[in-house]
Design a protein around this ligand. Sequence first.
Ligand SMILES: *[C@@H]1O[C@H](CO)[C@@H](O)[C@H](O)[C@H]1NC(C)=O
Ligand SMILES: *[C@@H]1O[C@H](CO)[C@@H](O)[C@H](O)[C@H]1NC(C)=O
Ligand SMILES: *[C@@H]1O[C@H](CO)[C@@H](O)[C@H](O)[C@H]1NC(C)=O
Ligand SMILES: *[C@@H]1O[C@H](CO)[C@@H](O)[C@H](O)[C@H]1NC(C)=O
Ligand SMILES: *[C@@H]1O[C@H](CO)[C@@H](O)[C@H](O)[C@H]1NC(C)=O
Length: 369
Amino acid sequence: MYRGGCKHAYMFSRIQLRFSFLLLYIFISLINVFTFACDPSIIYPPLNRPGPPYSVPLTNLSEHFKCYPGENHRKRWILFLPGSTEEVKELYSWNWMRILNDKGWPFCTLQLPEKGLGDLQIAAEYIVYAVRKMYKKTTKEKKEGIRRKTRINIIGHSLGGALPRFALRFWPDIRYMVYHLIAFGATNHGTSMADIACDVFRCPVSVTQQRINSSFLCALNSFQETFPSIKYTNILSKFDEIVRPVNSSEINEKGVANIYIQDICPLRIFSEHLGAGIYDYCGYFLTMSALRSKSLKNISSEDCCTEKLMPGINISTVEFFSKVSFSAKEHLKHLLMHMGEIKDEPELKCSFRTDCIKRKRKVKRIKLR
Ligand SMILES: *[C@@H]1O[C@H](CO)[C@@H](O)[C@H](O)[C@H]1NC(C)=O
Ligand SMILES: *[C@@H]1O[C@H](CO)[C@@H](O)[C@H](O)[C@H]1NC(C)=O
Ligand SMILES: *[C@@H]1O[C@H](CO)[C@@H](O)[C@H](O)[C@H]1NC(C)=O
Ligand SMILES: *[C@@H]1O[C@H](CO)[C@@H](O)[C@H](O)[C@H]1NC(C)=O
Ligand SMILES: *[C@@H]1O[C@H](CO)[C@@H](O)[C@H](O)[C@H]1NC(C)=O
């Protein structure tokens, strides 16, 4: 008995020790998180430089893109985008896709290549392809008299809210094709969670590109973050566990609506990174108001907070939790599959910078301290 107790105490202290090391490591990483600035040696192209041609074959670009025509042709088409680790159908089929099918609204979905964990400079081409394709479709429908509005809406979760902005920044021809970009918890300025993950482990390419002040994000946000002809709405959660600090999702430029669900419904703890746009009723209400071009300034808590879940979700509590936990499990699975892939962010391609010819050797990110 005595010896056993001693062994347990020993084990306990070992676990405690390991745990303290882990905490220490996380603490050190947290301190290091805010030390990178944008690489000052990179020169970004002017806003109106025409976009590069596709580097991915057209057959690959098209096989990730799927459209679902609705009878209600007068509405704008909506393009749905998933985030890193996410599968677009798995993410939207039991909520938004069901709602829009009921309304008869037409929409398309785009699966990002490599589950949004590969090089985002390449993934952006898939968005450019999808937007051009949809615009062509709606223009044709307008000529045939079945549609009044041609410009499209984009709805994206997490990376799926930020990556379209890279496409809009570097392929200027698609700017007039997009009417409204609605993002749920977008990684617009990166997340310190990616910093911690990539400091501690080797991590997937797209995670290195979603670090705060990564070359990819500095290019994305270069000169101006928004374009005046496009509407932007960010639907956010104060309890976002993936995008940290939570305000790095915000775009603080004129004409952008940054709305926190908890500013309207303070007690919505369950509406975190996934919930805000995928199952929360208030997220749904805000998105529908945004799609109908209504102001989001005066949304009342009576309108937003009485219901908990989106109307499309009629599944049982058990099914609901199994969906959410399946999604969490899938995230982890895809993340682990790509873990150990890479440590440093890939070089920004010459298409997205103008200093390529002059630059010969690799320039490391500059540390502030
Ligand atoms: C990111 O870089 C900019 C300028 O390059 C700098 O002002 C800002 O503080 C950096 N952000 C963080 C969180 O380090
Ligand atoms: C294009 O698709 C083919 C077949 O699925 C695949 O083998 C190839 O690696 C893809 N190429 C790119 C650049 O994604
Ligand atoms: C987030 O808040 C901090 C502190 O108020 C501020 O310095 C930073 O610029 C904000 N970030 C964004 C993207 O608005
Ligand atoms: C929003 O509400 C405020 C105060 O309740 C009111 O003064 C303002 O006119 C409203 N704005 C809109 C756009 O309805
Ligand atoms: C949920 O909705 C689907 C399709 O709209 C319907 O077939 C099904 O009967 C509904 N289930 C419940 C429990 O209401």
